[in-house]
Ligand binder design. Structure first.
Ligand code: TYD
Ligand code: MG
Length: 455
């Protein structure tokens, strides 16, 4: 009993926090009932005795990175793949992780030599079908359909690839570890073994990890602390655009994003995302504006659209809202009516957020107000302008969190002007390289975007 207690540990499936005892609530991420039992595997014996080195003698130039050749991916990685690093690529099933990594593997193999792509969830035939479709037929790219992590490691040691891709970390398993593939202990153990391989042999490893909203599989969150970089692929499955974001990077910035378009022949890079956002919009259409919103800590630029027309005489005006909270939209319409004099009580109003995005934070309020006013006046907002800010009942525009981050993202994506809460227009924000217009009220914001239109 004593030995068992000493060996068994518990880890949070949400954040990876470890504890020697079971706890009802994770002290790190506050999730309830998220601690799972696991048995740490006995560390493998190292064949040679470890040899400490002085840092000055370590021969590794900082730009020893190998480019994959997919520049959007390289950008997010911070310039390429660092030798011996472990990168986790997370995303919902079906979003395009296997497609992207197969394309990256092909390009990498063409430039740097052998790549081993381990498919633990699809047969060789399925992978070959996809490879033919996306043109990933490099002679230096080999595929192995294998689910045993030790067999994968043996193959990697024999094959000595310049890059190892494991698709996915939730479908490989170690025969001597507890639980089925995808369980917390298996995911941790497989990732740990592959990390040891990467470090010992200097082979960079790309791991695929499915993000599961129901939390049925141990998610990539559990691995975030043990890998060198974590990338997330996002996008709506029914729209063709995919965004690659970096949640962690030991070798570079996490601010870069990569944008791809899913086409018949795989993922196509979108080198100028700002143009994409502007192109997607109907040129000069009234009733649309871009909002700089935050998804957790990550900024995202989204288009808010509105359509306003006369309500049928004597009928109840229609209010149809998707992508923003109905109650918040109703408040914003009331503020526009009362504080800015827009006669919306006699109008049908439709509000939509492009791309099926849901804007849940109050910082999107100002964009809704601007889009509705622009639609009502039939005057387009300058397409180079981004807005954000919370709207209060008195018609005031309230400060939002991380204004600097939002303005930075807008500047990075090529926007010229940002209309934001006056309280957020601090010197730091003003230095982000975008023209910032601080506004205290919705009426001021409407004037500010109208002025932009007349330039
Ligand atoms: P996939 O890479 O299998 O997703 P994941 O590995 O993240 O589960 O991509 C799945 C979707 O991508 C699938 O619905 C079909 C689509 N797709 C294309 O539209 N074009 C292509 O060339 C390929 C290979 C896939
Ligand atoms: Mg896949």
């Amino acid at each position: 009993m004593a030995t068992r207690a000493a060996r068994t540990r518990f880890a949070c499936r949400e954040c990876g926090y470890e504890s020697p005892r079971w706890l009802g609530r994770c002290p790190s991420c506050q999730a309830w009932n998220s601690l799972e039992e696991f048995k740490p595997a006995v560390p493998a014996l190292v064949s040679s005795s470890p040899r400490p080195q002085t840092l000055a003698d370590v021969d590794r130039s900082p730009d020893a990175r190998a480019r994959t050749g997919l520049s959007e991916l390289d950008r997010v990685l911070g310039g390429g793949i660092v030798p011996g690093s472990v990168v986790l690529m997370g995303g919902e099933p079906g979003i395009g992780k296997s497609t992207l990594l197969l394309q990256a593997s092909h390009r990498f193999a063409e430039q740097h030599g052998p790549v081993l792509y381990v498919s633990a969830e699809e047969s060789i035939e399925q992978v070959a079908l996809r490879a033919r479709r996306v043109g990933a037929l490099s002679r230096a790219l080999s595929v192995l359909a294998e689910t045993d992590v030790d067999a994968v490691m043996t193959a990697a040691c024999a094959h000595r690839p310049k890059l190892l891709v494991v698709d996915s970390v939730q479908t490989v398993a170690a025969s001597d570890a507890e639980g089925p593939a995808g369980s917390l202990s298996q995911v941790r153990e497989c990732a740990a073994r592959l990390t040891r391989l990467a470090k010992a042999e200097g082979i960079p490893v790309l791991l695929v990890g499915h993000v599961n909203k129901q939390g049925l599989l141990a998610g990539p969150k559990v691995l975030e602390h043990s890998v060198d970089a974590v990338l997330y692929m996002e996008g709506e499955r029914h729209t063709q655009f995919r965004t690659l974001r970096c949640a962690k990077n030991r070798f570079g910035s996490t601010d870069e994003i990569g944008i791809f378009e899913m086409a018949e022949e795989g993922l196509r890079e979108v080198p100028n995302p700002s143009e994409l956002f502007l192109e997607e919009r109907a040129a000069g259409a009234a009733g649309t504006v871009i909002v700089a919103t935050l998804e957790g800590t990550r900024p995202l630029l989204v288009e808010v659209q509105a359509l306003v027309g006369p309500a049928p005489f004597g009928g109840t005006p229609r209010r149809q809202v998707s992508g923003v909270d109905y109650q918040r939209a109703a408040i914003i319409l009331a503020v526009l009516e009362r504080r800015c004099g827009l006669p919306l009580h006699s109008c049908d109003v439709f509000i939509n957020v492009a791309g099926g995005v849901r804007l849940l934070e109050p910082a999107a309020d100002l964009a809704v107000a601007v889009a509705v006013a622009s639609a009502h006046w039939d005057r387009p907002v300058d397409p180079g302008t981004v807005v954000f800010g919370e709207v209060g009942l008195a018609g005031e525009v309230r400060a939002t969190r991380r204004a600097e981050r939002r303005a930075q993202e807008a500047a990075k994506l090529g926007f010229r002007r940002c209309v934001l809460p006056r309280a957020n227009a601090s010197p730091v924000v003003l230095r982000t390289g975008i023209e910032c217009v601080g506004v205290a009220t919705v009426a001021e914001a409407l004037k500010a975007v109208d002025a932009a239109e007349r330039r």
